[in-house]
Design a protein around this ligand. Structure first.
Ligand code: F6P
Length: 365
């Protein structure tokens, strides 16, 4: 197969995260430098493929972007070409524009499309490969670290650093004011960010979606600390955590979005209840999109670079329909279908949970 691919297209889709620019840079540098190929960037995710927002990427386009957060190509978590939003006579309608995307792919003489995305964008990539025979290669990214078939995704380490630093800062103010400080972090339906940053930042209580919590147990832990002379507590809560027997706390439902449920608000929910149950002031910090922005950590830069180089190698070898991944420290690849459609959640009996319990962290269960 070597030599058949001459022009690579690359797009970034879904929510951004740190390391996207590092991956674009690695693809451009290795495709051009090592194999003498061309790389074209598609702007704003799959939307750019429908709307022909496509431009060549040269080494000078990627110069200096390694430490930069975000993505120079732009991104969106809407605009699925198979269900594309269009305004017709002032009305929002959805149309299948996938054939237009395929036409543009051909018009621009692309031989393969590298899709850097999470579950949603990789599912779209898989549809293009299976239904439209358009050659694709996937690169997984997400701060949530919830993609199956890879041990880790880039963006996660940077998000964990941001959450850990936030917890460190909350620690000193919690201690000074004798307060309960709650830090709400992202992660969607997986508790990876809360768990890892919670342990690293010394949380006393970690609440994650995989272990529904009981508020009585949460308060017991805070009271126990008070009895031990610690008149403050740090609670790390994942946005998808929920109380036993209760529904998820959501910010709102966004009509027409491929991801209609916007999580958020669980921090305030538990703060309001804790304050009624114990005599300690309680405050909430919602970390939000700070977790997605900023400069990638060295780990994320390295992982993104390794993924980018591997994706180009797969393209050159004609290994379409595959996604790069890391398993046991080794970079390899799997069919995209192995990574999408099911989430990698925190196993409630995994080593990290046991480590946390061993040092006295409560999960409110
Ligand atoms: O999937 C990444 C993520 O940051 C989640 O952790 C969070 O729930 C969601 O995206 C937020 O998405 P948006 O930026 O569209 O509100």
């Amino acid at each position: 197969m070597e030599g058949r691919v001459r022009r690579i297209g690359i797009l970034t889709g879904g929510g951004d995260c740190a390391g996207l620019n590092a991956v674009i840079r690695a693809v451009v540098k290795s495709a051009i430098g090592k194999y003498g190929l061309e790389v074209w960037g598609i702007e704003n995710g799959f939307r750019g493929l429908v709307k022909r927002e496509i431009r060549p990427l040269t080494p000078s386009d990627v110069s200096g972007i390694l430490p930069r957060g975000g993505t120079i190509l732009g991104t969106t978590n809407r605009d699925d070409p198979f269900h594309f939003p269009l305004l017709e006579e002032g009305r929002l309608i959805y149309k299948d524009m996938s054939d237009v995307a395929v036409e543009n792919f051909r018009k621009y003489k692309l031989d393969v499309l590298i899709v850097v995305g999470g579950d949603g964008s990789l599912k779209i990539a898989l549809d293009f490969w299976r239904k439209k025979n358009m050659p694709v290669i996937g690169i997984p990214k997400t701060i949530d670290n919830d993609l199956d078939a890879t041990d880790v995704t880039f963006g996660f380490d940077t998000a964990v650093l941001t959450a850990t630093e936030a917890l460190d800062k909350l620690h000193t103010t919690a201690e000074s004011h004798h307060r309960v400080m709650i830090l709400e972090v992202m992660g969607r339906y997986a508790g990876w960010i809360a768990l890892v940053a919670g342990i690293a930042g010394g949380a006393d209580i970690i609440l994650i979606p995989e272990i529904p919590f009981d508020l009585e147990k949460v308060c017991e832990k805070i009271e126990q600390r008070k009895r031990e002379g610690k008149r403050f507590s740090l609670v790390m809560v994942a946005e998808g955590a929920r109380e036993k027997g209760k529904d998820l706390v959501i910010q709102k439902v966004v009509e027409g979005s491929p991801d209609p449920i916007r999580l958020g608000g669980i921090g305030k929910y538990i703060a309001d209840r804790i304050e009624k149950m114990i005599e300690l002031e309680t405050r909430v910090t919602v970390l939000g999109h700070l977790q997605r922005g900023g400069s990638p950590t060295p780990m994320d830069r390295l992982l993104a670079t390794r993924f980018g180089v591997k994706a180009v190698e797969l393209a050159v070898e004609g290994r379409f329909g595959e996604m790069v991944c890391i398993r046991g420290g080794e970079i390899s690849s799997v069919p995209i279908e192995m990574a999408v459609g099911r989430l990698k959640l925190v196993p409630p009996d995994c080593e990290l949970i046991n480590v946390a319990r061993a040092i006295g962290i409560s999960f409110g269960d």
